[in-house]
Design a protein around this ligand. Structure first.
Ligand code: BEZ
Length: 213
């Protein structure tokens, strides 16, 4: 069965381009982004891994560790990384899992047989420090993911984990946020000293709280 939001992300051991890893040990107390790509030496995947490598500092700032997976071999991954680094002007230094026996792919339901019997689709899981699944997205092989959007979502997840707020459509870090309906306006005025803008009783905005970087 597929993983749902709030489920515990299953642990696994795997061979990666950075050696054998235990997934939970790799994550430690960090947030994690586990993402699959259909195959090595393919164009869209090349740009996706390059983009992730180029965003290294943005992931680090948010205490997020990336880890990629495909069902290709370690040898293939290593050769392909050279190509990614050359063509995308980057240095891939996060692990890529060689999931030749499809253990991780099956554990995370990354093979969608009506898309392909053998290759993973573009699945992506954001996992919190509590090892729970916070977000899942699934794209087909033909559509590359937007890793700036992944960072935007992480900003929202981290902010909303800490405060009784939600983020509106197209929200970007730094913009005002929504007070969740469970908080009364009376309590909101105490909780959010920067002020509460009441558009409707159910639609209330507040600036991003101070302790959020
Ligand atoms: C790609 O990464 O370019 C790709 C992989 C599988 C199917 C189509 C495109």
């Amino acid at each position: 069965m597929s993983l749902r939001l709030g489920d515990i992300a299953p642990n696994f051991k795997a061979s990666t381009t950075q050696g054998e890893i235990d997934f939970y040990e790799y994550l430690g107390d960090s947030w994690g982004v586990l993402f699959s790509h259909p195959a090595d030496y393919t164009p869209v995947c090349t740009t996706e891994l390059g983009r992730t490598a180029l965003l290294k500092e943005e992931f680090a700032k948010r205490n997020v560790k990336a880890i990629a997976v495909s069902v290709d071999s370690l040898d293939k991954h290593q050769g392909w990384i050279t190509d990614i680094n050359e063509t995308q002007n980057c240095r891939v230094d996060f692990p890529i899992i060689a999931d030749e026996n499809r253990e991780v792919a099956n554990l995370y339901d990354m093979i969608h047989p009506n898309a392909s019997e053998t290759f993973t689709v573009r699945s992506l899981f954001i996992i919190g420090p509590d090892k729970k699944v916070k977000l899942t997205i699934t794209y087909p092989a033909s559509t590359g993911r937007n890793f700036v959007e992944v960072l935007r979502v992480i900003d929202s997840l981290q902010l909303t984990a800490k405060h009784s707020v939600a983020t509106p459509a197209n929200w970007q870090h730094g913009e005002k946020v929504i007070v969740v309906p469970a908080v009364s306006t009376e309590d909101a005025l105490k909780k959010f000293p920067k002020g509460v803008e009441i558009v409707k009783p159910y639609l209330r905005y507040t600036p991003v709280p101070d302790d959020v970087n």
